[in-house]
Design a binder for this molecule. Sequence first.
Ligand SMILES: Nc1ncnc2c1ncn2[C@@H]1O[C@H](COP(=O)(O)OP(=O)(O)OP(=O)(O)O)[C@@H](O)[C@H]1O
Ligand SMILES: [Mg+2]
Length: 325
Amino acid sequence: MVEHAVETRGLSKTFRTRHGVRTAVDGLDLLVPATGVHGFLGPNGSGKTTTIRLLLGLARASAGEMRVLGRPVPQELPDVIGRVGAVVESPKFSPTFTGRQNLDLLARAGGLPRTRVDRALEQVGMSERAGDRYQAYSLGMKQRLAIAATLLKDPALLVLDEPTNGLDPAGIREIRELVRSLGEGGVAVLVSSHILAEVQQVCTSASIVGRGRLLAQGPVESLLGASTTYRVRVADPAAARAVLERAGWTVRPEPAAPGSTGSTGSTGSTAGALVVDPGPEPAHRVAQVLGEAGLWPDELTPLRPDLESVFLDLTAEHGLAGGAR
Ligand SMILES: Nc1ncnc2c1ncn2[C@@H]1O[C@H](COP(=O)(O)OP(=O)(O)OP(=O)(O)O)[C@@H](O)[C@H]1O
Ligand SMILES: [Mg+2]
């Protein structure tokens, strides 16, 4: 078995536009392990879709090398594409056919046994609704059918470009659980997302990109291990921020909780909360520095590190503007 499902070296892609040359992918060295779920994470426009299109032979690289399932692509793509399932653009299903009829057609076109259709429907939890017309499906069901279609050929690598785009929280959870179960079933899954917190829950490894460049890569635990942060709530966040920054620490306002409509989460108001990374210093040093400035904290909570904080720290470090959404 190959060590990496995907391996790129110095991968670059530039586009000529009316405004000049735009670099979408910039010397990317991507390593996707042969097992598990790999999150391909970065904000909008960071080059995720372009990279995926290059890997699948849908666009031509400007420079660099790529291997998929151990084989150089695009040269040997015809030999590996049969073991790669991908959902990149919205797939073209017939709206008046049922989900099962659509998959039957695809299986027949691909010379695959019909038993694969039942298995794929089961894998994505669509067996019960397989007799309904495609046009009657919810967005989440359509997405699950698209994934079922890629499972027909029993892929060793599954590539999903933002599979939860446009789904509601329940739909997002369903796709997340599906991705998790596929990864546990031995398929290497490469899943892109601009919402880092969403993918963190299922991926075993991740690559974080910004403006087409690789910012960090590796097992999720090691990516998260780099930062220990605290939520600090004080009456005067602006003054506290200045004091904490003077101590040499990284400080940023706490982002709104995912799914919350404002700055008030279900656990109470976090308005004005700061997130501070005191490096190796313990929590009581943060309290001490604030106290010495007369800014006694109302709250000082260690935060479970998340990929979004890692990403924000990395983009700040690399001087890249823009958030993770
Ligand atoms: N065909 C094209 N012609 C010109 N520029 C392009 C083309 N395709 C992509 N780009 C540019 O390349 C950059 C990367 O785009 P890409 O779609 O790969 O980002 P992304 O990470 O997938 O973003 P998102 O999270 O919004 O899907 C963007 O600046 C985009 O405008
Ligand atoms: Mg994209």
